[in-house]
Unconditional design. Structure first.
Length: 260
C-alpha cells in the first residue's frame, strides 16, 4: 500500500518517546473545544503507559481541557476492565483515577463480553454514532496511537491473521493463533481514515521490526504495521535510538529522520 512517506523522529530513550507522544497529544487537544472535541484512538503497552503518566502529571496535565477530549481504543484483550491486561483498564488506572476525572469521555471495548464479534459490532456502531458518520464515509480520528511488536504486529494485526475485507468493517473480532485467543481490533479501514497516526516504539528488540516495516529488503513480506497508511493523513514514527538502530542511514534520511 503506497502513501506519503512517514516522518521518523528519533529520541534518546523510551522516556523521551513517551514525552514526545504526550506533547503531540497536548498540541492537538489545544485546538479542540467541547463542541469540536479531539478524538483520540489509544493503545495499551509500556510506552503508552509512560505517556498516560505524563498526561496525568503536572505541569502537563494542567494544559489539557479534558472536556474537549474523547478517547477510544484501537484494540482490546478478552478480559474485563479491572484485569491487569485490559488496555482500557491501564488507561483508567494510570490517567483517569489519578486525575480524579468523574465522567471522562472514554469509550471502552467490552472485552469481557461472551460474544466478542457482537462487542466489535457494537463498538463500530458507537463510533459511527459518536462521529455522526455513516457508510460509505468513515470516522476520521484526530490522533491514533499505535505500538509495534517484535513480530511487526500493531493493534491486534498479527502476522498471518486474515482481516476480513467484505463487508467493509471498522471493528472486528479476530482469532489470533499465536496467542490462542480472540482480540477485538480496529481495522485498517478505520486506522487509514485517521488524520494523524503516531507509532511509539522503544527497545532494541523492536529494531528489526522497525526496519522490516520502514525499509524492507528484497522480497520480505510487509509487516502488518506497514499497511497503516492513512488516505488523507500523516504517519509519524517516534523511535528511541535502539529501536531505530536497524534503519540504514540513507533510508532514515529519506524518511526525514531527526535525532534528538
Amino acid at each position: 500500500m503506497k502513501g506519503p512517506s512517514p516522518e521518523v523522529r528519533v529520541v534518546s530513550d523510551a522516556e523521551e518517546v513517551a514525552r514526545a507522544a504526550a506533547e503531540e497529544f497536548v498540541t492537538v487537544v489545544s485546538r479542540a473545544t467541547q463542541e469540536t472535541p479531539c478524538r483520540a484512538l489509544l493503545s495499551g503497552g509500556r510506552t503508552p503507559e509512560g505517556m498516560y503518566r505524563l498526561l496525568a502529571s503536572e505541569p502537563t496535565g494542567s494544559r489539557i481541557d479534558w472536556s474537549a477530549v474523547e478517547c477510544y481504543f484501537g484494540d482490546e484483550r478478552p478480559v474485563p476492565p479491572d484485569h491487569p491486561d485490559s488496555n482500557y483498564g491501564l488507561f483508567r488506572r494510570v490517567l483517569i483515577e489519578p486525575l480524579g476525572l468523574r465522567s471522562p469521555r472514554a469509550y471502552r471495548i467490552r472485552g469481557e463480553a461472551s460474544d466478542l464479534e457482537l462487542a466489535a459490532m457494537r463498538y463500530e456502531a458507537l463510533l459511527r454514532s459518536r462521529f455522526s458518520v455513516y457508510p460509505p464515509e468513515d470516522p476520521a480520528f484526530d490522533l491514533v496511537y499505535l505500538g509495534l511488536g517484535a513480530d511487526g504486529h500493531t493493534a491486534s494485526f498479527f502476522p498471518g491473521v486474515v482481516i476480513p475485507e467484505t463487508p467493509p468493517r471498522l471493528v472486528v473480532a479476530l482469532w489470533v493463533e499465536a496467542l490462542n485467543s480472540t482480540r477485538v481490533t480496529a481495522t485498517y479501514r478505520l486506522l487509514n481514515a485517521a488524520r494523524r497516526v503516531l507509532f511509539l516504539v522503544a527497545g532494541k528488540e523492536k529494531a528489526d521490526a522497525v526496519r522490516r516495516t520502514l525499509a524492507p529488503e528484497g522480497r520480505e513480506q510487509p509487516t502488518p504495521a506497514a499497511r497503516v497508511v492513512p488516505r488523507n493523513g500523516q504517519v509519524i514514527w517516534v523511535l528511541d535510538r535502539e529501536a531505530a538502530s536497524g534503519l540504514p542511514r540513507a533510508v532514515a534520511q529519506t524518511l526525514g529522520q531527526g535525532r534528538r
